[in-house]
Design a binder for this molecule. Sequence first.
Ligand SMILES: [Zn+2]
Length: 292
Amino acid sequence: MAECIVCKGEYTPGSLCPRCRADNRPWERWQQNRPEERGELEGLEAFMRPHLYLPLAITIFAFFCSLLGIAIVWDGIRPGFRLLAVILIVGGCLLVTYANYEARHSIREQMLLAPLRRGWLAALNTPRRQAIIIPALTILLAFLLVAGMVSSRLLRELLCRLVFDPGYCKEDPGGFRERVTEALPLILMLCSGGFLVSFTYSSSLLLAMRYAKEKNRALPRPLFTDDNRLADVVRKAVEEILGRTGGMVVHMIGTRTTSGSTVQQPTWHEEQATPAPGTGAIWSEPPTAASG
Ligand SMILES: [Zn+2]
């Protein structure tokens, strides 16, 4: 059994989906022909190809920046923290690229859901805006961190004890310029790491969005974008629950009241619908009785 691209139900390859009646043949051809769907390194390579492997290029750049940081720029920070920073920066770049590759199908659904969402928080939570917001938030966080490092005595004490080499910090912190110069290796480490990982995230997210647009052009859209198909699936599910797989007809029998008589509530009864001969349409005899 395979998973229907429209309703996520199970269906037999080569036939219509029994749940939503969608034709999944374009989806089957897509899975066979698109190298992105082969998974692992081959899929990831094909995923990055349209943007000239930009996430990979940023990751390699991050690796060489980290080596430069360990050797020169991060001088004054404890060796353990420098090594940890290299692992987090390079590993973070690889991780966000692979995460966006794996999430390419759900990113497509988020893009299609975006116009249906309401509220400014929901509007910010769309893939297109996330590609801009994540680097912007990183810049804001880096700015706040720098401000905290040069203005908070407690934070400086903690960093000098835990992060910087013993004897690196001077007894007298000095003025603003001296404090910034003192914290510069850590500022460069955090800013470069944050920017590189967030830009890798944005570039791989843009690739996932490009892939989603190609899928939208070639394949049936999900169930929630097609009102008629969605209503049909819900109707069938309700009929199955009620044991009325052939449909259901409800007869409402109204009442008339005259002045002075007791009021009678309307009554109703339901029956299995019968398909009209040759049409498949559901019909029933009109109600013949009415009390009053
Ligand atoms: Zn389906």
